[in-house]
Ligand binder design. Structure first.
Ligand code: ADP
Length: 258
Protein backbone atom coordinates (compact mmCIF):
# COMPACT_ATOMS: atom_id res chain seq x y z
CA UNK A 1 0.00 0.00 0.00
CA UNK A 2 1.59 3.32 -1.04
CA UNK A 3 1.59 6.09 1.51
CA UNK A 4 -0.53 9.09 0.44
CA UNK A 5 1.59 12.20 0.95
CA UNK A 6 0.59 14.26 3.96
CA UNK A 7 2.41 17.31 5.37
CA UNK A 8 2.14 17.14 9.16
CA UNK A 9 1.18 20.58 10.50
CA UNK A 10 1.30 20.09 14.29
CA UNK A 11 1.33 16.89 16.30
CA UNK A 12 -1.80 15.40 14.76
CA UNK A 13 0.06 12.28 13.58
CA UNK A 14 1.37 11.55 17.10
CA UNK A 15 -2.07 11.92 18.64
CA UNK A 16 -3.62 9.71 15.98
CA UNK A 17 -1.03 6.98 16.58
CA UNK A 18 -1.64 7.02 20.33
CA UNK A 19 -5.42 6.93 19.88
CA UNK A 20 -5.08 4.16 17.29
CA UNK A 21 -2.92 2.12 19.67
CA UNK A 22 -5.70 2.38 22.24
CA UNK A 23 -8.41 1.88 19.59
CA UNK A 24 -10.08 5.12 20.63
CA UNK A 25 -12.51 6.82 18.24
CA UNK A 26 -11.32 10.13 16.78
CA UNK A 27 -13.29 13.24 15.81
CA UNK A 28 -11.66 15.59 13.28
CA UNK A 29 -13.07 19.11 13.23
CA UNK A 30 -12.18 21.67 10.62
CA UNK A 31 -13.12 23.63 7.52
CA UNK A 32 -13.61 22.01 4.14
CA UNK A 33 -10.57 21.11 2.05
CA UNK A 34 -8.01 21.56 4.83
CA UNK A 35 -6.52 18.05 4.71
CA UNK A 36 -8.69 15.90 6.99
CA UNK A 37 -9.36 13.17 4.44
CA UNK A 38 -5.76 13.13 3.23
CA UNK A 39 -4.62 12.83 6.85
CA UNK A 40 -6.86 9.81 7.50
CA UNK A 41 -5.73 8.13 4.27
CA UNK A 42 -2.11 8.75 5.23
CA UNK A 43 -2.50 7.48 8.80
CA UNK A 44 -4.45 4.35 7.81
CA UNK A 45 -1.77 3.46 5.26
CA UNK A 46 1.02 4.21 7.75
CA UNK A 47 -0.60 1.89 10.30
CA UNK A 48 -1.14 -0.75 7.60
CA UNK A 49 -4.89 -0.77 8.02
CA UNK A 50 -7.56 -0.86 5.34
CA UNK A 51 -9.61 2.32 5.09
CA UNK A 52 -13.35 2.35 4.47
CA UNK A 53 -14.91 5.76 3.88
CA UNK A 54 -18.58 6.68 4.15
CA UNK A 55 -20.16 10.09 3.53
CA UNK A 56 -23.02 10.63 5.94
CA UNK A 57 -26.23 12.13 4.60
CA UNK A 58 -29.93 12.10 5.35
CA UNK A 59 -30.73 9.14 3.09
CA UNK A 60 -28.07 6.85 4.52
CA UNK A 61 -29.64 4.41 6.98
CA UNK A 62 -28.16 2.03 9.51
CA UNK A 63 -29.40 -0.83 7.31
CA UNK A 64 -27.38 0.55 4.35
CA UNK A 65 -24.30 0.48 6.55
CA UNK A 66 -24.72 -3.03 7.92
CA UNK A 67 -25.68 -4.78 4.68
CA UNK A 68 -28.52 -6.13 2.60
CA UNK A 69 -29.91 -9.23 0.94
CA UNK A 70 -29.40 -9.28 -2.80
CA UNK A 71 -30.95 -11.52 -5.43
CA UNK A 72 -28.24 -13.39 -7.35
CA UNK A 73 -29.33 -15.88 -10.00
CA UNK A 74 -32.50 -16.80 -8.11
CA UNK A 75 -30.73 -17.03 -4.74
CA UNK A 76 -30.89 -14.53 -1.94
CA UNK A 77 -27.41 -13.70 -0.68
CA UNK A 78 -26.31 -11.42 2.09
CA UNK A 79 -23.85 -8.66 1.24
CA UNK A 80 -22.00 -6.88 4.03
CA UNK A 81 -22.29 -3.08 4.09
CA UNK A 82 -19.31 -0.79 4.77
CA UNK A 83 -19.53 -0.83 8.57
CA UNK A 84 -19.79 -4.62 8.72
CA UNK A 85 -16.80 -4.96 6.39
CA UNK A 86 -14.78 -2.55 8.52
CA UNK A 87 -15.63 -4.42 11.72
CA UNK A 88 -14.72 -7.81 10.21
CA UNK A 89 -11.52 -6.56 8.51
CA UNK A 90 -10.18 -4.43 11.36
CA UNK A 91 -10.30 -1.34 9.15
CA UNK A 92 -10.29 2.36 9.89
CA UNK A 93 -13.91 3.41 9.30
CA UNK A 94 -13.97 7.06 8.23
CA UNK A 95 -17.33 8.80 8.33
CA UNK A 96 -17.25 12.32 6.96
CA UNK A 97 -20.00 14.97 7.23
CA UNK A 98 -20.74 13.25 10.52
CA UNK A 99 -23.29 15.87 11.72
CA UNK A 100 -25.49 14.68 8.86
CA UNK A 101 -25.65 11.14 10.29
CA UNK A 102 -29.20 9.98 11.06
CA UNK A 103 -30.22 8.95 14.59
CA UNK A 104 -30.42 5.25 13.57
CA UNK A 105 -26.82 5.49 12.30
CA UNK A 106 -25.70 7.00 15.61
CA UNK A 107 -27.49 4.22 17.49
CA UNK A 108 -25.64 1.66 15.37
CA UNK A 109 -22.29 3.33 16.01
CA UNK A 110 -22.57 3.86 19.75
CA UNK A 111 -21.66 0.27 20.77
CA UNK A 112 -18.75 0.48 18.30
CA UNK A 113 -17.39 3.65 19.87
CA UNK A 114 -17.10 2.41 23.44
CA UNK A 115 -15.46 -0.58 25.04
CA UNK A 116 -18.16 -2.99 23.81
CA UNK A 117 -16.88 -2.77 20.21
CA UNK A 118 -19.89 -4.70 18.97
CA UNK A 119 -21.94 -4.34 15.80
CA UNK A 120 -25.54 -5.50 15.92
CA UNK A 121 -26.90 -6.61 12.56
CA UNK A 122 -30.63 -6.74 13.09
CA UNK A 123 -31.48 -8.44 9.79
CA UNK A 124 -29.14 -11.32 10.57
CA UNK A 125 -29.96 -11.28 14.30
CA UNK A 126 -26.20 -11.31 14.77
CA UNK A 127 -23.71 -9.49 16.97
CA UNK A 128 -20.30 -9.10 15.36
CA UNK A 129 -17.35 -8.15 17.60
CA UNK A 130 -14.94 -5.70 15.97
CA UNK A 131 -11.53 -7.29 15.43
CA UNK A 132 -8.33 -5.59 16.53
CA UNK A 133 -7.44 -2.62 14.39
CA UNK A 134 -11.01 -1.50 13.85
CA UNK A 135 -11.29 2.18 14.64
CA UNK A 136 -13.93 4.82 14.01
CA UNK A 137 -12.79 8.21 12.72
CA UNK A 138 -15.39 10.90 11.98
CA UNK A 139 -15.10 14.43 10.67
CA UNK A 140 -17.24 17.49 10.30
CA UNK A 141 -17.00 21.16 9.55
CA UNK A 142 -18.19 23.23 12.52
CA UNK A 143 -18.52 26.24 10.17
CA UNK A 144 -21.33 24.55 8.21
CA UNK A 145 -23.11 23.33 11.25
CA UNK A 146 -26.77 24.27 11.53
CA UNK A 147 -28.11 24.48 15.08
CA UNK A 148 -30.48 21.57 14.42
CA UNK A 149 -27.50 19.48 13.35
CA UNK A 150 -25.21 20.03 16.32
CA UNK A 151 -23.56 16.87 17.59
CA UNK A 152 -25.33 15.55 20.66
CA UNK A 153 -23.29 15.49 23.84
CA UNK A 154 -23.83 11.74 24.17
CA UNK A 155 -22.20 11.28 20.76
CA UNK A 156 -19.52 13.94 21.03
CA UNK A 157 -18.20 12.56 24.31
CA UNK A 158 -17.23 9.27 22.70
CA UNK A 159 -14.39 10.77 20.70
CA UNK A 160 -10.89 12.08 21.11
CA UNK A 161 -11.05 15.39 19.21
CA UNK A 162 -8.48 16.85 16.87
CA UNK A 163 -8.87 20.40 15.59
CA UNK A 164 -7.84 21.13 12.03
CA UNK A 165 -7.46 24.54 10.44
CA UNK A 166 -5.71 25.90 7.36
CA UNK A 167 -1.95 25.74 7.91
CA UNK A 168 0.42 28.73 8.23
CA UNK A 169 1.27 30.38 4.89
CA UNK A 170 4.71 28.80 4.39
CA UNK A 171 3.39 25.29 5.11
CA UNK A 172 0.34 25.81 2.91
CA UNK A 173 2.62 27.00 0.09
CA UNK A 174 4.71 23.84 0.50
CA UNK A 175 1.53 21.74 0.23
CA UNK A 176 0.27 23.64 -2.83
CA UNK A 177 3.68 23.33 -4.53
CA UNK A 178 3.83 19.61 -3.81
CA UNK A 179 0.28 18.89 -4.93
CA UNK A 180 0.40 20.94 -8.13
CA UNK A 181 4.07 20.71 -9.08
CA UNK A 182 4.39 24.53 -9.24
CA UNK A 183 7.30 26.60 -7.85
CA UNK A 184 7.14 27.50 -4.18
CA UNK A 185 7.22 31.22 -5.13
CA UNK A 186 4.08 30.84 -7.26
CA UNK A 187 2.47 28.72 -4.55
CA UNK A 188 3.26 31.45 -1.98
CA UNK A 189 1.55 34.09 -4.16
CA UNK A 190 -1.56 31.94 -4.55
CA UNK A 191 -1.63 31.13 -0.85
CA UNK A 192 -1.46 34.86 -0.05
CA UNK A 193 -4.57 35.42 -2.18
CA UNK A 194 -6.31 32.36 -0.71
CA UNK A 195 -5.54 33.35 2.85
CA UNK A 196 -6.79 36.90 2.20
CA UNK A 197 -10.19 35.49 1.11
CA UNK A 198 -10.48 33.93 4.55
CA UNK A 199 -10.68 37.39 6.06
CA UNK A 200 -13.76 38.32 4.00
CA UNK A 201 -16.23 36.87 6.48
CA UNK A 202 -17.23 40.34 7.60
CA UNK A 203 -18.37 40.99 4.02
CA UNK A 204 -20.65 37.97 4.07
CA UNK A 205 -18.43 35.24 2.64
CA UNK A 206 -19.25 32.06 4.59
CA UNK A 207 -15.89 30.44 4.15
CA UNK A 208 -12.71 31.52 2.40
CA UNK A 209 -10.70 29.47 -0.09
CA UNK A 210 -9.79 25.93 0.95
CA UNK A 211 -6.31 24.52 0.42
CA UNK A 212 -7.97 22.33 -2.22
CA UNK A 213 -9.08 25.40 -4.23
CA UNK A 214 -5.62 26.95 -4.01
CA UNK A 215 -4.18 23.67 -5.36
CA UNK A 216 -6.67 23.87 -8.25
CA UNK A 217 -5.54 27.44 -8.97
CA UNK A 218 -1.91 26.29 -9.07
CA UNK A 219 -2.79 23.38 -11.36
CA UNK A 220 -4.68 25.65 -13.78
CA UNK A 221 -1.76 28.05 -13.83
CA UNK A 222 0.59 25.11 -14.46
CA UNK A 223 -1.50 24.12 -17.47
CA UNK A 224 -1.01 27.55 -19.03
CA UNK A 225 -3.63 29.93 -17.61
CA UNK A 226 -2.46 33.27 -16.25
CA UNK A 227 -2.36 33.56 -12.47
CA UNK A 228 -5.24 36.02 -12.56
CA UNK A 229 -7.48 33.78 -14.70
CA UNK A 230 -6.66 30.76 -12.55
CA UNK A 231 -7.53 32.69 -9.39
CA UNK A 232 -10.68 34.09 -10.92
CA UNK A 233 -12.04 30.63 -11.72
CA UNK A 234 -11.11 29.03 -8.43
CA UNK A 235 -11.07 31.76 -5.82
CA UNK A 236 -13.61 34.32 -7.08
CA UNK A 237 -16.27 32.40 -9.01
CA UNK A 238 -16.14 29.17 -7.04
CA UNK A 239 -16.42 30.81 -3.64
CA UNK A 240 -19.63 32.80 -3.97
CA UNK A 241 -22.66 33.44 -6.17
CA UNK A 242 -23.05 36.95 -4.77
CA UNK A 243 -21.81 39.48 -7.38
CA UNK A 244 -20.62 41.93 -4.69
CA UNK A 245 -18.55 39.31 -2.91
CA UNK A 246 -17.16 38.01 -6.23
CA UNK A 247 -16.12 41.57 -7.05
CA UNK A 248 -14.50 42.01 -3.63
CA UNK A 249 -12.48 38.83 -4.22
CA UNK A 250 -11.50 40.00 -7.73
CA UNK A 251 -10.25 43.30 -6.28
CA UNK A 252 -8.29 41.37 -3.73
CA UNK A 253 -6.78 39.13 -6.43
CA UNK A 254 -5.74 42.15 -8.46
CA UNK A 255 -4.06 43.91 -5.54
CA UNK A 256 -2.34 40.77 -4.24
CA UNK A 257 -1.01 39.67 -7.62
CA UNK A 258 0.03 43.24 -8.39
P1 ADP B 1 -10.99 17.74 3.77
O1 ADP B 1 -10.53 18.48 4.99
O2 ADP B 1 -12.21 18.37 3.13
O3 ADP B 1 -11.14 16.26 3.98
P2 ADP B 1 -8.84 17.00 1.94
O4 ADP B 1 -8.08 16.12 2.85
O5 ADP B 1 -9.61 16.35 0.83
O6 ADP B 1 -9.82 17.99 2.72
O7 ADP B 1 -7.80 18.07 1.36
C1 ADP B 1 -7.98 18.72 0.12
C2 ADP B 1 -6.69 18.73 -0.64
O8 ADP B 1 -5.79 19.65 0.00
C3 ADP B 1 -5.97 17.40 -0.65
O9 ADP B 1 -6.37 16.63 -1.76
C4 ADP B 1 -4.52 17.82 -0.75
O10 ADP B 1 -4.19 18.09 -2.10
C5 ADP B 1 -4.46 19.13 -0.02
N1 ADP B 1 -4.00 19.14 1.38
C6 ADP B 1 -4.52 19.90 2.38
N2 ADP B 1 -3.80 19.76 3.50
C7 ADP B 1 -2.79 18.90 3.23
C8 ADP B 1 -1.70 18.36 3.99
N3 ADP B 1 -1.48 18.74 5.27
N4 ADP B 1 -0.85 17.51 3.38
C9 ADP B 1 -1.05 17.16 2.09
N5 ADP B 1 -2.05 17.62 1.31
C10 ADP B 1 -2.93 18.50 1.87
Amino acid sequence: MSLPWYRVVGREDVLFEHAAGLQLPILLKGPTGCGKTRFVRHMAAKLGRPLITVSCQEDLSAADLTGRYLLKGGDTVWQDGPVTRAVREGAVLYLDEFVEARPDVLTLLHPLTDDRRILTIERLAEEVPAIDGFQVVVSYNPGYQRAARALKESTRQRFVALNFSYPPADVEAEIVAHESGCDVEIAAQLVAVGQATRTLRTQGLKEGASTRLIVYAAQLHGSGLSLEAACDATLAQALSDDPDIEQAIRDLIRTRLG
